[in-house]
Design a protein around this ligand. Structure first.
Ligand SMILES: Nc1nc2c(ncn2[C@@H]2O[C@H](COP(=O)(O)OP(=O)(O)OP(=O)(O)O)[C@@H](O)[C@H]2O)c(=O)[nH]1
Ligand SMILES: [Mg+2]
Length: 624
């Protein structure tokens, strides 16, 4: 039997991806705001391996405006290019039961495609909790297709839809004439559709759709022009505080464990290259990154919580005016927001932006926002040079420094966008779109989902430590250990190694920034990903350290060896430098232009150099 393709289609944020995960056992990203999915994704239906389910970006209408919505329409019309699949054999239309007025229109449009269809009336748990009752049988009768209530995030809530999907007619795929379908789509009349929606609503929904009182007061608070900003600031401060305060005991434990493990392994082996490779190369390298796992976990947990609650898009509205000043609309906010986790999905989700100029600007500034890979770098250097003082009894200086670094990234991104607006205005390309995004309702975060996603992200980080970082540590260890110092050499052995030579070769370029040759060496593998530099520093300093047998963790070593000016310059460098191969690759893929990618890379490196230089000079002058 040939494989049949069933596409999940519906308005944004109605739970298509959650349903996709439930139907296929995948773990695609789900979050409580529109525009999370920006590309199609395929999975095998759990109930029948001959059925493949396709998850798609949400869209309110088949008459589309932005590139991510075009993905959906093109797939439905079987227009995805030669290598892609044919148009789907059936449609699983997803509607949000709490917001039928917005989501039913898409279901009606989908009917014009004339394919077998089943409607998933999702979020029915939330609808019921709000006292909303929908006459599913009546709706099914009016639409002429099966309608099934679902709770996509709950195993029992997807049993019925699984059966309904398995029961869809599997007639030999009818090939529709795309021109006719396109004509039907073009002929869709918005006003008529809305009238039809209202007519259906009047017959199937008995209770008026009303948000509960707590929801309205919470909305009034977080969307208030002044108090809303206060809340946002408090939320952010809480996050940074937690990253420091809560992680500290765990980090100390991990650090001690790695130290004694290194000592134990060192004691087992005789002095020689093998011992040095294991202790100074592998354990020092990977260990210096592992120490930051608790902080990363806490940061991700907060990001996931905020994503799932429905708070984030409200912050977007709050900042829409601010964003407008820098030539961006609130549309850019969601992509920019996701770059606090990682620039790669951020660059991809810039597809939700209609205006090509705005999309490009968003892609160009996203790498400046502090991604989670920078956290180990920042945390290491802050721990090494910023004292752990409490400030005003409530905050601590290290947490505030981290907050400050995030702010510097945000402000720089805003200024860069603003400059790009001025440049574009001269050539007359600025077009601004107001933010027309539907606010999701606040929802109690789903803790199972949060724990699972947290595990996905943390294990991805650990996997990278075990693979890429492991490999780099070994190679780097070899480069810093060989060739050995010649007999009668006076300087430290590492100076004579390949890495030592290379470091001394690059160092003059970075001398104006106060970088030592060890830092230069560590930045070479650090081009692959930002956190690699931490492992590389661990290895370089461990091998170069005077007392090999006594493992010291990286933080006290840096504390001794780096001046404040050098440390701050290094931080400034990492705010801007696009040291991430994955980001550059995705920029290339999304912009489809090597020239644009090179331009973005170059301007970020120039900014990094200039700012690191200024910070170095200013700190030197202040601490002299
Ligand atoms: N309580 C409850 N929450 C749900 C249900 N289905 C989805 N969610 C939550 O609703 C939010 C949106 O779900 P997604 O699956 O990301 O929605 P989507 O339709 O894929 O959204 P886009 O990709 O942005 O178009 C997430 O926070 C989910 O956890 C449900 O049936 N009940
Ligand atoms: Mg989705």
């Amino acid at each position: 039997m040939t494989v049949a393709y069933y596409a999940l289609v519906g308005a944004p944020n109605c739970g298509k991806t959650a349903l996709f995960n439930a139907l296929t056992g995948a773990r695609a990203k789900v979050a409580n705001y529109p525009g999370v999915t920006v590309d199609k994704r395929e999975g095998v239906f759990a109930g029948d391996a001959n059925i493949h389910i396709i998850d798609l970006p949400g869209t309110y209408s088949l008459r589309v405006t932005s590139p991510d919505e075009a993905v959906t329409r093109d797939l439905l019309l079987g227009r995805m290019g030669a290598a892609a699949m044919r148009s789907p054999d059936a449609i699983i239309a997803v509607a949000d039961a709490t917001n039928l007025r917005m989501t039913l229109r898409m279901v009606l449009e989908l009917q014009t495609l004339g394919k077998p269809m089943v409607v998933s009336l999702n979020l029915s748990d939330v609808a019921r909790a709000r006292g909303l009752s929908i006459d599913t049988a009546k709706l099914s009768q009016l639409l002429g297709v099966p309608v099934v209530e679902t709770v996509a995030v709950n195993a029992n809530g997807t049993l019925a839809i699984k059966n309904a999907i398995a029961a869809l007619p599997r007639a030999a795929a009818q090939h529709h004439d795309n021109a006719t379908v396109q004509q039907r789509i073009d002929a869709l009349d918005s006003a008529a559709l809305y009238r039809q929606v209202e007519k259906i609503l009047a017959q199937v929904v008995s209770t008026p759709i009303q948000l509960p009182a707590w929801h309205r007061s919470l909305d009034n608070l977080v969307m208030h022009p002044f108090w809303g900003l206060v809340v946002l600031l408090l939320v952010l401060l809480l996050v940074f505080q937690a990253v420091y305060a809560w992680a500290a005991p765990l980090m100390d434990g991990i650090e001690a464990a790695i130290g004694s493990f290194g000592g134990w392994v060192g004691g087992l082996l005789p002095e020689g290259p093998l011992r040095s490779l294991l202790v100074n190369g592998v354990i020092a390298g990977i260990g210096s990154v592992l120490v930051f796992v608790p902080q990363i976990t806490i940061l991700f947990a907060f990001i996931l919580l905020l994503e799932d609650s429905g708070y984030l898009p409200r912050a977007a509205f709050l900042l829409d005016n601010l964003l407008a000043k820098s030539g961006l609309s609130g549309r850019a906010f969601i992509p920019l927001l996701s770059s606090f986790a990682c620039a790669v999905p951020a660059v991809m989700s810039a597809r939700t932006i209609q205006d090509p100029r705005e999309r490009l600007v968003t892609i160009a500034i996203a790498p400046m926002l502090t991604c989670s890979a920078r956290l180990p770098v920042y945390a290491l250097i802050i721990a090494a040079v910023v004292p752990n003082h409490s400030v005003g009894g409530l905050f601590n200086l290290q947490g505030l420094t981290l907050f400050g670094l995030y702010l510097v990234g945000i402000v720089s991104a805003a200024v860069a966008a603003w400059v790009m607006k001025l440049l574009a205005r001269r050539s007359g390309q600025v077009q601004q779109f107001p933010l027309l995004m539907e606010l999701p309702t606040f929802r109690r975060p789903n803790f199972k989902h949060i724990l699972l996603s947290l595990w996905d992200r943390v294990s991805a980080f650990l996997k990278r430590a075990g693979t890429v970082i492991f490999a780099i540590s070994v190679v780097l260890w070899a480069l810093v250990s060989f060739p050995a110092a010649p007999a009668g050499a006076t300087g430290p052995a590492i100076d004579y190694s390949f890495a030592g030579m290379l470091g001394h070769l690059i160092q003059p370029l970075f001398a104006p920034l106060g970088f030592s040759w060890e830092m230069c060496i560590a930045m070479v593998p650090g081009m692959a990903a930002r956190e690699v530099v931490v492992a590389a520093l661990g290895t370089v300093y461990a091998v170069g350290g005077s007392d090999e047998a006594l493992q010291q963790s990286l933080i006290p070593v840096l504390h001794q060896q780096w001046s404040l000016a050098t440390a701050f310059a290094f931080l400034a460098w990492y705010v801007y430098a696009p040291m991430c191969a994955a980001t550059l690759a995705v920029i290339k893929r999304e912009t489809k232009s090597a020239r644009t990618t090179a331009l973005i890379t170059a301007y970020l490196f120039v900014l990094a150099y200039v700012f690191a230089f200024m910070v170095y000079r200013i700190t030197l002058a202040l601490t002299a």
